[in-house]
Design a protein around this ligand. Structure first.
Ligand code: PGA
Length: 257
């Protein structure tokens, strides 16, 4: 097994350009020595992407967009297409974040289009999936997760699917301080991997990077990353403090080969 392990910081709608570049600089100066199959990813606000791409960054730090349009080009005021991101040499794009799904009404079908267009442009989607609190409590969460996979990414052929990164982000854990226990994360990641194995193959399932997101922080990162099916984290709040983000990166290095 040779999965990619990574820690990605989703800065959401935070930081001025100056604050963001300072934070990026601190991370780039102090980041721990990563192993060959490990990377750090930073997703700043859209408007800063171009400046971030120009920053002199080590090879193992990559820049991601937090979203992209579901159309290639045209009269879509305010939107930014995957082709425009590719033009800036952006490597990754976060898709299907629960905030996009719930506040901006992004349906499974819209996400499917975004996934397809991003892959066409050579971007790596970090595709988020996760259940609401009631769905966890009622036990229906696995059906919900499976539908998110089926409706937005399982139409891909095996080669295209192998380019995706998945991020399991239970909605009840995002920004709430409530983290899935390491056991819940492991059990859910294992479920997702089994579904990939059923739909594609054991090999593809084994190679797929599945991140955990939702109140991941220095105090729980080791325990989460120690789980065999958790390949790193998608970090929100804790990614805005360089010390916390770097401590989470160190946890990844400690826990993963
Ligand atoms: P959080 O956010 O770490 O602040 O819970 C995670 C995310 O939204 O990706």
């Amino acid at each position: 097994m040779n999965r990619r392990h990574l820690v990605a910081g989703n800065w959401k709608m935070n930081t001025s350009l100056e604050e963001g570049l300072n934070l990026l600089k601190t991370i780039a100066l102090d980041y721990p020595k990563l192993k060959q199959n490990q990377e750090l990813i930073i997703a700043p606000p859209y408007i800063h992407l171009s400046d971030f791409q120009k920053a002199d960054l080590p090879k193992s730090i990559k820049i991601a967009a937090q979203n992209c349009a579901s159309e290639h080009s045209g009269a879509y005021t305010g939107e930014v297409s995957p082709a425009m991101l590719a033009d800036l040499n952006i490597s990754y794009v976060i898709l299907g974040h629960s905030e996009r799904r719930s506040y901006f009404g992004e349906s499974h079908d819209i996400l499917k289009r975004k996934v397809d267009l991003s892959l066409e442009q050579g971007l790596t989607p970090i595709f988020c999936l996760g259940e609401q609190k009631e769905e966890r409590q009622s036990g229906s969460f696995k059906t919900v997760l499976l539908k998110q996979l089926q409706d937005s990414v399982f139409h891909l052929d095996a080669e295209s699917f192998s380019k995706l990164i998945l991020a399991y982000e239970p909605v009840w854990a995002i920004g709430t301080g409530l983290t899935a226990t390491a056991e819940q994360a492991e059990d859910t990641h294992n479920f997702i991997r089994q579904e990939i194995a059923k739909h594609y193959s054991e090999t593809l399932a084994d190679q797929c990077t599945i991140l955990y997101g939702g109140s991941c922080k220095p105090s729980n990162a080791d325990e989460l990353f120690a789980q065999p099916n958790v390949d790193g984290g998608l970090i929100g709040g804790a990614a805005l403090k360089s010390a916390d983000f770097l401590a989470i990166a160190e946890a990844l290095i400690r826990q993963k080969q």
